[in-house]
Design a protein around this ligand. Structure first.
Ligand code: ZN
Length: 407
């Protein structure tokens, strides 16, 4: 057993305790004491956490850990040998874990082998959920075609099925193919975005309602959640109405405020992904920059209206194609857009666990949960930016195993 004493505890569910002791037994949290430290079992190893703040291991509900750029050659896997790419991804996994992220849901591009390798202990990394790739019709956000409509003749990675499906029957079959390939959740998209091709903008619908209904129905039949990339316009409304489980981006929710109560009623999570647009604005294509500039005001307003309406908001960076290792930037973004630091931390812990359907095991520091814990040498409630790039992280434990110890 390990007893971590004298910590300020932010428990991931809104609780704040100034002098807590947390006891870990094997892979799980055995006891959390917030009143006195006199209950330490004999023989337990004691870690003095004086001056430290403990949080649950952080969770990113939307990243792209295998993504290293937005160019076509990158999407087709032509910029380096596959082996080198896979080792690069392994280093990203390690880096992400060491910055305090013990769970990440990948929004496309990462094959199931990475999850299996982490679970087997071959490489250090966060616990992963993968979707493999984004199911959309021809020309949609998941169609990695050239500007002339040319498709790469062979898949760059045989572990990632081609994600294009036209018509409800093909869309349904594609969901089955992703699940067969090891997908933990299903990803689709109903609109363009900042980085999508010219002519497919943030409010342009590119999928039929019958196709989306087939995807959601089939995914739910397999008890898989559906992440849906949707920025605004009719595709955003359709996604909420059909019953996806999370809206990714939702930059123009402010223009359709009557969707918000429906999101609350249907239990649809909102993952705004502010981080990625910082990079699209600064480094994107000319049309990507213009789109990201245009949506900024709507995006902030959308978050504030969603908070007001009681929509469940969780963190996801979506920033993999631009940067790795700064998943906590999204926590800062939420605070910058008007969320309190405590709420933003819940969005990256307890509520994020609910979004992934893992709240029975992770997302909170409480008895019986998996021992995913971090210690930081700051009080993030005073300044959440101290979490960025793992700057304040001094200790990381995943499933009871210490993976970073700089105490
Ligand atoms: Zn994404």
């Amino acid at each position: 057993m390990i007893a971590i004493t004298n910590v300020r505890l932010i428990d991931g569910k809104g609780g704040l305790f100034e002098d807590a002791t947390v006891i870990v037994d094997g892979a799980d949290i055995y006891d959390v004491s917030t009143t006195d430290a006199g209950q330490i079992p004999a023989g337990a190893q004691i870690i003095d956490g004086n001056g430290m703040t403990m949080l649950p291991g952080l969770i990113d509900c939307h990243d792209h850990l295998a993504s290293m750029g937005y160019g076509l050659a990158d999407k087709w896997g032509l910029t380096e040998p596959l082996s080198q790419r896979h080792l690069r991804i392994a280093s990203v996994l390690k880096q992400t874990l060491e910055t305090g992220y013990t769970t990440v849901r990948d929004g496309g591009g990462l094959d199931a082998g990475f999850r299996m390798a982490v679970d087997e202990g071959l490489v250090p990394g966060p616990n992963l959920q993968v979707v493999l790739d984004i199911i959309t019709p021809t020309g949609g956000i998941g169609d990695h075609a050239s500007p002339s409509g040319y498709h790469h003749p062979a898949p760059p990675n045989p572990s990632l099925p081609n994600s294009v499906a036209d018509g409800p029957t093909a869309a349904r079959a594609k969901v089955r193919e992703m699940i067969l390939g090891g997908a933990d959740a299903i990803k689709t998209g109903t609109t363009g975005g900042a980085s999508s091709r010219p002519g497919l903008g943030p409010k342009d619908l590119h999928m039929g309602r019958d196709e989306l209904e087939a995807i959601v129905d089939e995914a739910h039949a397999h008890r898989k959640r559906v992440m849906c990339h949707a920025l605004g316009g009719p595709g955003l409304r359709m996604a909420v109405e059909v019953g996806v489980d999370s809206i990714e981006h939702g930059t123009h929710l402010d223009e359709d405020p009557d969707i918000l109560p429906l999101m609350v009623e249907n239990d649809v999570f909102y993952i705004p992904t502010f981080s990625v647009y910082i990079y699209h604005r600064a480094q994107g294509t000319p049309h990507g920059r213009a789109r990201s500039e245009e949506l900024l005001e709507h995006h902030v307003k959308s978050l504030q209206m969603a908070m007001e309406a009681g929509v469940k908001i969780v963190t996801g960076t979506d920033a993999g194609g631009w940067v790795h290792g700064n998943n906590a930037q999204e926590i800062s973004c939420l605070v910058g857009a008007g969320m309190s630091p405590m709420e933003a931390i819940i969005s990256a812990t307890g509520r994020a666990a609910k979004c992934l359907g893992l709240d029975d095991r992770i997302g909170a520091v409480e008895t019986g949960k998996s021992a995913n814990l971090i210690l930081v040498d700051s009080n993030p409630l005073d300044d959440v930016t101290t979490l960025e790039e793992g700057r304040s992280v001094r200790f990381v434990m995943k499933g009871g195993e210490t993976v970073v110890d700089m105490l």
